[in-house]
Write a protein that binds this ligand. Structure first.
Ligand SMILES: Nc1ncnc2c1ncn2[C@@H]1O[C@H](COP(=O)(O)OP(=O)(O)OP(=O)(O)O)[C@@H](O)[C@H]1O
Ligand SMILES: [Mg+2]
Length: 300
C-alpha cells in the first residue's frame, strides 16, 4: 500500500562540505539512517552546527550528498515531480522586500499554475491560516517585523497544499503567542494527514508536537526514538482517568503506599526533553561519551 512507504528514508546519508585544503573539510552529516512515516510529526534536533539544515537541504535536493542515499515519497531526493508535493520553510525567510504579502503569495501561486480564482482563494486562506494581521497584508514586506515575515514564509510553504511539510525553525523570531499559534497550525497539518519534518531549538514545542525525534551532534545521531518513550521513566506507574472523586484518589494513593510503593504522587511521571537534550550536549562538550540509558533515566 502506498501509505506504508515512508515519507522520508535515508541510508548512510553523508555530507562533507569541501574546504580549500582537505584538512578544512567539514563533515556536516555522517551516515544518517532515518525513516519518517507518513502522517507523523518528526523532530530534528541538535545544537548549532550539528547538521539539521544540511539534512533538510539534502532531502530537498538543494545540495548533493557525498555518500549514502535519501528517498522522499519513494523517489530520490530532489525529484522534480516530488518537489511539487513538498512545502519548505527555509531557516531564513527570503522574500521580495518590495512586494506585499498578497502579491508575494500570488507570485508563488502563479508558479504553481493556479487560476486567478484559485489564487485569490488560496492567498487569503493561507494568510488567515498563519494568522497574518489583515492590517499589514497590503504593506511592503520590507517593513514587516520578523514574526510577520515568518508567517508569510509559512503561508508560502503551505500554498501548494503539500503532503510533506519541511519546516526549518518555524518559530524563530516569533513571540510566545505567535509560537503557540504556529504550534496549533502544525497540529492542524497533522490532522489533515500531512507529514511534518520540523527542526527546532524550542524543545517544549518539539516535546508537545513531535511523535518521534532524532538529536544530532556533530552530524551524527546520538539519540532517537518516540518522544513518549524517551520521556517515560522506567520504574514508574501512571494511571490516567477522568472523574475520579477526590476520596477515591486518596484511597488509591494510600493503597499504593501500603503496598510498598515509593514516591506516590499524582501527576505524570515524565522527564523533560530539555533535560535529555542539555545533558547530552553538556556531556559531549565535556568530551565524555554519553551514557544514553543513564542520561535518560537520570533526567527525571
Ligand atoms: N556551505 C557550507 N560550506 C562549508 N561548511 C558548511 C556549509 N554549510 C554548513 N556548513 C557547516 O556544516 C555544519 C552543519 O551546519 P548546519 O547548517 O547543517 O547546522 P544546523 O544544525 O542547521 O545549525 P543551526 O542550529 O545553527 O541552524 C556546520 O559546521 C556548518 O558550519
Ligand atoms: Mg540550521
Amino acid at each position: 500500500m502506498a501509505s506504508e512507504i515512508p515519507a522520508i528514508e535515508t541510508r548512510k546519508l553523508t555530507k562533507v562540505y569541501p574546504g580549500f585544503w582537505k584538512s578544512q573539510n567539514v563533515p556536516a552529516l555522517t551516515e544518517l539512517d532515518l525513516t519518517i512515516n507518513r502522517g507523523e510529526i518528526f523532530g530534528l534536533l541538535g545544537p548549532n552546527g550539528s547538521g539539521k539544515t544540511t539534512c533538510i537541504k539534502l532531502l530537498l535536493g538543494l545540495i548533493n550528498a557525498t555518500d549514502g542515499e535519501a528517498r522522499v515519497m519513494d523517489k530520490p531526493a530532489g525529484d522534480q515531480d516530488t518537489r511539487r508535493h513538498i512545502g519548505y520553510l527555509p531557516e531564513e525567510t527570503y522574500l521580495y522586500r518590495f512586494l506585499n504579502a498578497r502579491q508575494t503569495l500570488d507570485f508563488y501561486a502563479r508558479l504553481f499554475n493556479m487560476s486567478r480564482v484559485q489564487r485569490r482563494r488560496a492567498v487569503d486562506y493561507y494568510l488567515d491560516f498563519v494568522g497574518l494581521d489583515p492590517a499589514v497584508r497590503s504593506r511592503r514586506l520590507g517593513t514587516y517585523s520578523k514574526g510577520q515575515a515568518r508567517r508569510v514564509g509559512l503561508a508560502q510553504a503551505l500554498l501548494n497544499n503539500p503532503d510533506l511539510v519541511i519546516l526549518d525553525e518555524p518559530t524563530s523570531g516569533l513571540d510566545p503567542i505567535g509560537m503557540l499559534e504556529i504550534k496549533q497550525m502544525i497540529v492542524r497539518l497533522k490532522e489533515a494527514g500531512k507529514t511534518v519534518l520540523l527542526s527546532s531549538h524550542v524543545l517544549a514545542d518539539v516535546e508537545d508536537l513531535c511523535d518521534r525525534i532524532v538529536i544530532l551532534y556533530r552530524g551524527r545521531v546520538e539519540i532517537q526514538g518516540r518522544v513518549d518513550e524517551l520521556l517515560q521513566t522506567q520504574d514508574a506507574f501512571l494511571m490516567e482517568a477522568r472523574n475520579v472523586p477526590p476520596d477515591v484518589q486518596e484511597r488509591l494513593m494510600v493503597m499504593a503506599r501500603e503496598a510498598g510503593a515509593k514516591d506516590v504522587r499524582p501527576g505524570k511521571p515524565r522527564t523533560r526533553l530539555e533535560d535529555i537534550f542539555t545533558q547530552l550536549v553538556e556531556s559531549k562538550r565535556r568530551g565524555e561519551a554519553p551514557r544514553m540509558q543513564q542520561t535518560i533515566k537520570d533526567a527525571r
